[in-house]
Design a protein. Sequence first.
Length: 226
Amino acid sequence: MAYKILIVDDEPMLTSLLKAHFGDNGYIAYTAGNASEAMNLLKTQPDLILLDINMPGVDGLEFCKSIREHISCPIVFLTARISEQDKVNGFLAGGDDYITKPFGLAEITARVAAHLRRDERGHGTQKLSVSGDLIVNLSARTVCYKDEEIPLSRREFDIMEFLILNAGQIFSRERLYEAVWGLDAEGDSDVLKEHIRKIRRKLKEITGRDDYIETVWGVGYKWKKQ
């Protein structure tokens, strides 16, 4: 399976060059020009992130800090900054390496390959789903919004997980109940309706939104694609 790399930099020529280069070398590369675009692309579950520090708005250091508790893959900073303190700041923010611009393609390719080998030896990749600032870690079974965890019961998380893994697909209450509780479960789909209500309430209390799970009237429910 090809490794996935997320390239975050506000220089379009550089991101295009790196995307083409890594694509030619067997990687799947995604590009983002700012932190907001990068946050949305975390749902691709990248195996490594190449992250520029000097970006407008939320810079690379801030972005790294905001995602580090939820993302375990290597993060390699790309920047023209070369002072020792800059490097220290990068590592304190959660970065794993530091490549200064300008750099050669051979160097960055070797660094990326080395980090991926090391990461593969260390642990498996966590499964994540991202909807804006809402981060759902399917491996750890946690839901966080801007670093604040949203407490869900086991069954509530099971419902969210099923809908997220089938985002955009509509399920009737009966089908969703069977998928989560099992075909032999006692009870009926009215129980599901109450669980959906509780999930929406908990999400809205923290995020201010209750539309992650959409009701398609007369049909069922679906997880809203972002």
